[in-house]
Design a protein around this ligand. Sequence first.
Ligand SMILES: [Zn+2]
Length: 152
Amino acid sequence: MAYFRDFSPYQYGHCDAVPGAQNVGWLALGHAFETGQALEGDLDLLWAHCKLAICATRGLHSCEFCSDLSSAGFRVTRNGETLKLGYSEIRVIGPSGQSYAAPSMIYHYISQHRYKPPDVFLAALRTGPRPPSDAYFEALRTRGLEWASTIC
Ligand SMILES: [Zn+2]
């Protein structure tokens, strides 16, 4: 999968009709990243975002940090619910409207590889509009983004 430095301008899939989204969580082997213990509340919020596939691609990405490489993408289960990750993106939108584009794999990176996203990303996750609220879907619409479900 492509590597992008955190906060670099999002361009990858050119999915956003409005410029200004920033990359977060596009990890790759050979690029060190900050680690830490994730809060369950943050993982819950991230999970809600990961239920939506934004800017889906035909290809499936496996995780470069797992020795057991999956060829069929990722099925990840949390609290009895299973999502398919690794072929789409999420958007985390802060209260000021700043948008962060992350691969759906970011949930796996955080929960399994202890990736610690930047604090402003976590702040946006905690305080911005969140799915499945109307405000969140409206924020996607104003950015020209479409979505589908990742629920298996
Ligand atoms: Zn992994």
